[in-house]
Design a protein around this ligand. Structure first.
Ligand code: ADP
Ligand code: MG
Length: 247
């Protein structure tokens, strides 16, 4: 049995029967506005509370927006500024990360070669244990050639793994449905796959739901669980005692 690391997000740890097997790289997929970035942020915040430093690589937003959105959603997270000041949470925003999107030597394709090496040196200099990449969809966008994308994904996964990082790698889905993961290379390469989606068929009864589709190295709950985003973080509505005690 591998060592499990609680994420610090109570409902998610219950779904994972204790936590994430140490060193698992996890895809977090969902449509726009479903809560991926906020869940990624809470994952880093909960890590910082436990003395596990984290780094957010954002290709999408700037620093101020990330911090302001997190503060506005999670008003009881009073240590955000101090965690950032002390280097327990480090944010590289879209201004910082755009340097990683480079043309190759011929100038006809993109590479992320420096990203992989930079991640490793940042992990070491920040003594990081958790990483969030928001999002790896950007990498896929710039590397349309599937074999190149796959090979980069494998390099990314192995760099994270050999540094014993637990990571959340976000994927932007272009709809709110539960994804069909079978043809996605990410579902095979990475250790875990968590999906955020809405159930319900119109805007009046949409219910945000989290489901663990795959998690190597542990038992986990299979059914989707509704959630809400509260001042105090993600609240998973595990109402059914059977769900909590199950196995
Ligand atoms: N202050 C808040 N309180 C509760 N929910 C919020 C708050 N601010 C944003 N949200 C919810 O979070 C969603 C945005 O989450 P985000 O993590 O940025 O989504 P994603 O990264 O999946 O696009 C919003 O659509 C809204 O539903
Ligand atoms: Mg986002």
């Amino acid at each position: 049995m591998r060592i499990k690391k609680p994420t610090g997000i109570p409902g998610l740890d219950l779904m994972l029967k204790g936590g994430v097997p140490s060193g698992n790289q996890i895809i977090l997929q969902g449509g726009p506005g479903v809560g991926k970035t906020l869940l990624g942020f809470e994952f880093l915040y909960r890590g910082a509370e436990k003395g596990e430093n984290g780094i957010l690589f954002s290709f999408e937003e700037d620093n101020e927006d990330i911090v302001q959105n997190a503060k506005s959603a999670f008003s009881s997270f009073t240590n955000i500024d101090s965690f950032i000041e002390k280097g327990k949470i480090t944010i590289l925003d879209s201004q910082d990360t755009k340097q990683y999107i480079q043309r190759n030597r011929d100038g006809n394709a993109y590479t992320f070669g420096s990203f992989i090496s930079e991640i490793e040196s940042m992990i070491r200099s920040h003594e990081a244990k958790r990483i969030v990449i928001d999002s790896i969809s950007v990498i896929r966008l710039f590397i349309p050639e599937l074999l190149d994308y796959r090979s980069l994904s494998i390099s990314l996964s192995s760099v994270l793994k050999r540094n014993n990082i637990t990571s959340l790698l976000l994927i932007e889905e272009n709809n709110y449905e539960k994804p069909n993961v079978f043809y996605q290379p990410e579902s095979y390469i990475y250790d875990g796959f968590i999906s955020l989606f809405f159930t319900g068929n119109n805007s009046e009864n949409r219910v945000p739901t989290i489901e663990i589709i795959k998690m190597r190295g542990t038992e986990h709950m299979y059914s989707g669980v509704p959630f809400e985003i509260t001042d105090n973080g993600f609240n998973l509505l595990l109402l059914n005692k059977f769900e909590i005690n199950d196995k």
